[in-house]
Design a protein around this ligand. Sequence first.
Ligand SMILES: Cc1ncc(COP(=O)(O)O)c(C=O)c1O
Length: 405
Amino acid sequence: MINVEHIRNDFPILKTHISKYPLVYFDNAATTQKPISVINRISDYYSNENSNIHRGAHYLSQKATEAYENARKTLQKFLNAENSHEIIFTRGTTESINLVASSFAKKFLNQDDEVLISAMEHHSNIVPWQLVCEEKSAHLKVIPMDENGELIMDKLDSLLTEKTKIFAITHVSNSLGTINPIKEIIKKAHAKNIPVLIDGAQAVSHLKVDVQELDCDFYCMSAHKIYGPMGVGVLYGKEKWLEKMPPYQGGGEMIKDVTFEKTTFNELPFKFEAGTPNVAGVLGLEAAIQFVQKTGIENIANVEDELLHYAYGKLQKFEKIRFIGNAKNRASLISFVFEDIHPYDAGTILDKLGIAVRTGHHCAQPVMDFFGIPGTIRASFSVYNTKEEIDIFIKALEKVREMFG
Ligand SMILES: Cc1ncc(COP(=O)(O)O)c(C=O)c1O
């Protein structure tokens, strides 16, 4: 059991008031708030360790390099990767997916090949694949979902063909909350020798992820969605793929030798980390992972699941409410619409009452099109949220309903 009040004290921003109302922060799927340990780690780095890494013989450079490489090992353990050089630091999930799409396609995607994605992807796991398919005259295929927001798994076998070169799918949907059965999916794809990329942006803060157990080929995550800073993330990739893939960007750090005639590339993971990395961000991410490990991912999930069920129970009473996404297996977010109120109007009133929820298409326009709606109101819960905050949210929604009749 964890003490949520104690945890709340670790997050300075939760003491914020929006005019006279205490902040109720239910926009955790967009970004989580940061504990003081993460904020302090970043500040400590700039106060005591700031130096460029890997290339200096001096004390500070060595200290910063050691801290950065230790963070890689922390991430390796967190995801249970076999090797630390399978952990590539990126700017976030978006860049991790773009890296794979671009580099993998250069080597392995040819005319008339297929890339498979799902109907519930974030734009970050659609557009990079569209770009490379266009470039290579390949085709983007989509596994459909049903009205509950669950994948139609019966369709999978026929969509995984000898033309499919890679299958890229989200672990948890950011617009519906659906947790996809990725272990089963990976097994089916591997039976046909098709590699699988998992978009883990919404999963890592809620579920224990073990990339060896899942046997995924790539796993992507963003620090800022798991209590870490913005602008940093991770690409896990199996060594056998990363070794074969060409560099994504050229520059310093990713080379072994450069002449004007020819460049030889550095070994993993540096081949994919061109330029000066976000050292402070990586150290902030490490502190965030340590926060999760100290709190316990199962404990976090239990708190979030309890909040999800409590909120769901309370929301049922509203008239003209339609839940978007009713998957059996889901993470701690609820998407819904009032049939007679635009989500943006509801969001504006909630904001005036100190409540931060996300309204709109959540970078998943094909999902909104599928349900025939412009967007949803999305409340997403984290370990520091409380049932009292949900009660405040419900009262505010009652006001919204009163105002719009
Ligand atoms: C499922 C999913 N994938 C990808 C992303 C993109 O993450 P980032 O903007 O941190 O790169 C998000 C962000 O909302 C997401 O929810």
